[in-house]
Design a protein around this ligand. Structure first.
Ligand code: HEC
Length: 475
């Protein structure tokens, strides 16, 4: 199986949660009574069955996308294919009609009734009667949990006052002195995969999305805990968010095998790097922001120039069978990247090559390979002073090492099953871990002693929340 067990468990855990705690609230469909053709209940099902396969956002044949009303009515290569009120002037009708209709291409033609339905819908004005989705989740109306969510990401704020933790559809902010819940930031992304602060701590970046729907990067103002903007990209969850040093750009990895770099100011996609051959899980910028490094399932660690978006180098020798790279972290002050994943061995590399490749493809950029962990590595982090790093693995363990001599400083049981995220307190004295069992654990970073453990989200007793949600939906 291609997907690693722990990643599968993350997904499985979140799906369980969807079933338990999230019911989309859809307003009553106010269509009915009259006999006009309904876009939502009559046209959309035909589009889904016979057209969407070749006209979806990932592969819009003829530049036509039929998955939303706005896209459908925008038209394709030839312009608008639907002229409201005028079926005979509408390209779409022309293409689906006749003895040998052009669309759906090379497939069973639509039935005469279905073609007639399209004609009438257009004649009646091609109206959009899609019901509005009521989504009133947010301040004061938070997701409810009956089972602990898998913790996929956590991060300390640079001033050390806040520990930010991933939830379902939200991130939760904990006070680092009394570990009380300070705030909950609810967004549209069902899954949160990555959390990172800008260096000045003014902005919290959250990356994730909703599977098979959209990927999203949310930027939150850390002073007011309000959403600055949410930028969408790709049609699936995104991973491994990083900010450029001046915080003007964000980079992240996608399941469509690309790395995207967006401009924070105007949300423009500056780079769509497509040199990976599998999902991309991690990104980091070089110290001066001139380059970024990306990693993923294809086992590669790639160096890319930011200005041109062009590929510069394979940092590691991926032919050595190191396996999928799940996570990377950059040294806080040096152009060095720590890479880790499937083969359980954390490796520290120079980002920029000093010795040219040879025929044996020797791993010349490698500074040091560390001790093997007890399971696939899912999370790594440097301490703020760069002297130590921590790992979290599918073995349920977290460990802390000296960067310089590779000496193990502490081993900790960071989760009952698997640790997916680790973060050092900026003052270096504590390490926070999160993983499969949904608990946050705080350890002393020198002794490895457990200082505190608490559930990442408030858990409701089973059975009560469905009623509550239904009542909310009806008022
Ligand atoms: C098997 C793939 C496939 C399916 C299924 C399909 N199309 Fe197409 N469609 C195409 C291709 C390819 C084009 C580009 C023009 C061409 O090469 O003929 C196209 C072009 C079009 C265009 C013209 C867009 C433009 O502006 O140039 C329309 C309208 C259209 N399709 C409608 C439909 C509708 C409606 C359905 C479903 C009933 C459908 N298509 C199903 C492949 C498909």
């Amino acid at each position: 199986m291609k997907i690693s067990l722990s990643r599968f468990m993350i997904h499985f855990g979140v799906y369980l949660l969807c079933l338990a705690a999230w019911i989309p609230l859809v307003a009553a469909d106010n269509h009915g009574g009259d006999s006009s053709v309904s876009y939502h209940s009559q046209i959309v099902p035909i589009l889904k069955r016979s057209c969407q396969g070749c006209h979806h956002p990932g592969d819009p044949n003829g530049d036509l996308i039929v998955t939303t009303y706005a896209d459908l009515t925008r038209g394709g290569m030839a312009g608008e294919s639907i002229i409201p009120g005028k079926p005979d002037d509408s390209l779409l009708i022309e293409l689906i009609s006749g003895d040998e209709p052009a669309m759906p291409q090379n497939q069973e033609p639509l039935s005469a009734e279905e073609v007639e339905m399209f004609r009438r819908w257009i004649l009646e004005g091609a109206r959009d009667d899609t019901p509005v989705e009521v989504d009133d989740m947010g301040e004061g109306n938070y997701p409810t949990y009956t089972v602990p969510p898998v913790v996929t990401a956590l991060a300390y704020s640079p001033d050390g006052s806040t520990l930010t933790v991933s939830g379902f559809r939200e991130v939760l902010l904990y006070d680092t002195v009394n570990f009380e819940l300070k705030a909950r930031l609810v967004g549209k992304s069902h899954r949160i995969e990555s959390l990172t602060y800008t260096t000045d701590g003014k902005v919290l970046g959250v990356a994730g999305g909703s599977p098979a729907q959209f990927g999203e990067v949310q930027l939150w103002d850390t002073e007011t805990n309000t959403l600055i903007k949410a930028m969408r990209a790709s049609y699936d969850t995104v991973y491994g968010l990083s900010f450029s040093p001046d915080a003007s750009r964000v980079a992240f990895g996608c399941s469509d095998q690309t790395v995207r770099v967006l401009s924070v100011e105007d949300e423009k996609e500056l780079i769509k790097f497509d040199n990976h051959s599998d999902w991309v899980f991690g990104t980091i910028f070089s110290v001066d922001g001139s380059h970024f490094v990306s990693c993923g399932r294809d086992t590669a660690l790639k160096l890319v120039e930011v200005d041109t978006g062009s590929f510069v180098d394979d940092i590691n020798s991926s032919n050595k069978g190191y396996g999928e790279i799940n996570t990377i972290a950059r040294h806080p002050s040096k152009d060095q990247v720590l890479s880790a994943g499937e083969d359980r061995i954390p490796r520290l590399y120079k980002i920029f090559r000093e010795i040219r490749r040879d025929v044996g493809n020797t791993d010349f950029n490698l500074i040091q390979a560390y001790e093997a962990q007890s399971g696939t590595i899912e999370g790594v982090a440097f301490s703020a002073d760069g002297s130590r790093f921590a790992t979290g693995s599918a073995g349920g363990e977290a460990r802390i090492y000296n960067v310089e001599d590779g000496k193990r400083i502490a081993s900790m049981q960071g989760d009952a099953v698997g640790v997916f995220a680790v973060s050092f307190h900026p003052n270096g004295t504590q390490l926070a871990t999160g993983g499969f069992d949904g608990k946050i654990r705080i350890f002393d970073a020198s002794s490895g002693k457990l200082l505190n453990a608490f559930m990442s989200v408030p858990i409701e007793p089973a059975g009560s929340e469905d009623v509550a949600l239904v009542v909310t939906g009806m008022t």
